[in-house]
Write a protein that binds this ligand. Structure first.
Ligand SMILES: Nc1nc2c(ncn2[C@@H]2O[C@H](COP(=O)(O)OP(=O)(O)O)[C@@H](O)[C@H]2O)c(=O)[nH]1
Ligand SMILES: [Mg+2]
Length: 205
């Protein structure tokens, strides 16, 4: 499926207006948002990854197959980002989430599997719930833990956020673990079936 960066902005008046469904990808800086988007959309280097956290300050809309936008929101809560920047981040994400966000069909919240959700993530989850936006929790960098540790973290963190097990996935941009689960969520929320370069559906059967 063709995927391209179609809108790159911080201003709500420059968000897409074609009404295509959107799925937001959110989480702390450096948690692996851009890497996961690249794995999901099958294009290395489409979303710019960075060893320097806090660099992405704009909202990136990736249009996939002229059917759906995958939205890379700026990361939050990185210590090196000053107070003013945090305020700017908050107002940007709120503008996105709150504005005329009719097309927002679901949100993938990324949390490092080793860290687990902290206060900001819990707040974001509460807010998404109160707005009745479906949410999935992606536990990133699962390649950093042993298989048994991954399983125990899945159970533990799933409980902590009170999501059904089918909405919690361990993912890795390195091994591509969990990409099928996320594609499944996108399908459930938007009806759009993401496909790999070989044309086969990415979602787990
Ligand atoms: N081991 C491992 N490293 C990852 C994974 N995903 C991202 N990273 C690394 O984490 C850093 C931040 O990734 P990036 O995708 O830019 O995070 P973002 O700030 O949330 O967009 C980079 O150095 C990536 O190489 C993963 O699944 N496994
Ligand atoms: Mg990024």
């Amino acid at each position: 499926m063709k995927a391209e960066l179609s809108h790159d902005t911080e201003f709500p008046e420059e968000f897409p207006r074609d009404g295509l469904p959107e799925v937001a990808v959110m989480g702390r800086s450096n948690v692996g948002k851009s890497s996961l988007i690249n794995a999901l959309l099958g294009r290395r280097g489409l979303a710019r990854t960075s060893g320097q956290p806090g660099k992405t300050r704009r909202i990136h809309f990736y249009r996939v197959g002229d059917a759906v936008y995958v939205v890379d929101l700026p990361g939050f809560g990185y210590a090196a980002v000053g107070r003013q920047e945090r305020r700017r981040w908050k107002s940007m994400v709120e503008a996105y989430l709150r504005g005329t966000r009719g097309p927002l069909r679901g949100a993938v919240l990324l949390v490092d599997i080793r860290r687990g959700p902290e206060e900001e993530e819990q707040q974001l989850l509460d807010w998404l719930r109160s707005e009745q936006i479906p949410v999935g929790l992606a536990l990133t960098k699962s390649d950093k833990l042993s298989r048994s540790r991954v399983l125990s973290r899945l159970e533990e963190l799933g409980k902590a956020v009170d999501l059904p097990s089918e909405r919690v996935a361990a993912v890795s941009a390195r091994t591509k673990r969990g990409v099928g689960a996320i594609a499944g969520w996108v399908g459930d929320w938007t009806g759009v079936e993401l496909r790999g370069p070989d044309g086969r559906p990415l979602a787990d059967a």
